[in-house]
Each structure stands twice: as C-alpha cells, then as structure tokens.
Design a protein around this ligand. Sequence first.
Ligand SMILES: [Zn+2]
Length: 268
Amino acid sequence: MNGRRERLYRTEAIVLRRRDQGEADRVLTVFTPGMGKQQLLAKGVRKITSRKAGHVELFTHSQFLVAKARTWGIVTQAETIHAFRPLREDLLRTSYAYYAAELVDRFTQEGDENRQLFELLLATLGWLGEARDLRLLARFFELRLLALVGYRPQLFQCVRCQADIEPVDNFWSPAAGGVLCPRCGEGLVEQSGNDRPSAEPLPLNALKVLRFLQTRDWETCSRLRLSPGLHFQLETLLQRYIVYQLERSLKSVGFLRTVRRLLSSSGQ
Ligand SMILES: [Zn+2]
C-alpha cells in the first residue's frame, strides 16, 4: 500500500488536530518547522497496545519518522520531545491550547513553511502551562500570529489617511485592517448600514495594550495587569478582527467560553 518507492523523512511537529480513520488509525494535522502544515496517517494508534499513541496526542511536540505515501505521509516512528503536561492538567489551559492550535490550523495552508509560527506555537504551549493571565497570553499570541501570517493589524498609522495615530480615543476597523484616526473613524461609523467597512470606538487604553503586546516579548508583556473590563474589550476587538480575516467563526471560541462559564459558576 505504501508503494515501492517509499522514502523516509524525519521532522519535528506539533499535533494541531486529529480525526479517526478506519478501525484503529488516526489522521493527524501537524505543524512542522520546515514544511508547514501536514496531514499524517498514524496507523493503529487507537489500539490499547499502540506504542505510538502517547507520542501523537494533541499539542504534543514530537519527533516523527514519516514514510512518504501517495496521500498522507505515514508515521512510522514518533517520540515525544515536549508533552506539555501542565497544560493538560487544567481544563482552562487545555481550552486555550485548542484555541491556539485552531488559529494556526485556520490561518495556514498545507505545505507553507513558517518557521517563526512554529516557534511561536511551541513557546506558547509552554507558556500556557504556567501563565498567570491566560487571556493576556491569548491576546499576545493572536497579535503575533496575525503578523506572521500576513494580517498584522496596523496600530500606528491611520489605515485610511496614513496620519500618525494620536494618544486619544480612536476607531477600530477589522475590514480596513487596524486603527482609524478620529476623523476617518467618525465618518465610517456614521455610514454604517451600507457596504463600506464599519468601525467601532477604540479607547486609548485598549490601543496602548495592543501596541505593547505587538512590540514587546512575552516576558515583558506577562507583567501587565489588566482590569476585567479592558480584558473584555481587547478580546472582543481581536475576536472581530480574526473572524473578519477568516470569514468564519472558530469552533474553539465557543468551547472556551463554555469552559470559562462552567469554571466561574463552580467558583474557580
Ligand atoms: Zn485617518
């Protein structure tokens, strides 16, 4: 079935997604540093006796030996490099890992190499196991990912008239690709209802945090302390931006909200 001219290659990869195939197999969607997103067939991993199973779990960073085949590459060996245990022991952290993996999956095409995105995802899965403020980390990840896949929101010049954005309340427009100055933004808000890109108010504090997250490393950003209200604003602004760019909503966002609701109603 593998064909006579089977060839092997070795790659590290992070498992983004998986689905059952046949009786005991799984098709893995993985993200690799050198070959971007790939689909791999992991045979027999749903059998209790499988020695590969633990190494092809979701979010696991593993070393794979893959046999090239006509459709999917076939995993012939897998060995865990990072299991990211801390994020598996906490449902909320796991939900954020689903979200990060789904974003990478949705914003990439199969085979497009993006080494920096691989590094970002790898680092983020580690941070998700220990971060104090998971929402802040999610916003950091979103902004970095958007930049690496070509959708970096413009936060320093007005996306319409190119004027430098002043430290006042401005406007946010996912359709225009970032921040609008008060003059350009007011006009768009008034024109809502037709097919022009719409805009919404962007309070100065929200802009400041977005800029901070876009330009500083995670160690620096992780020291920020945000009010729940500001967190909510940032989440909403970026969610609209992402959904606009993807032209559809993300499954894991609903899941994440449900988990948060369950945890808050149980007093956690
Ligand atoms: Zn403007």
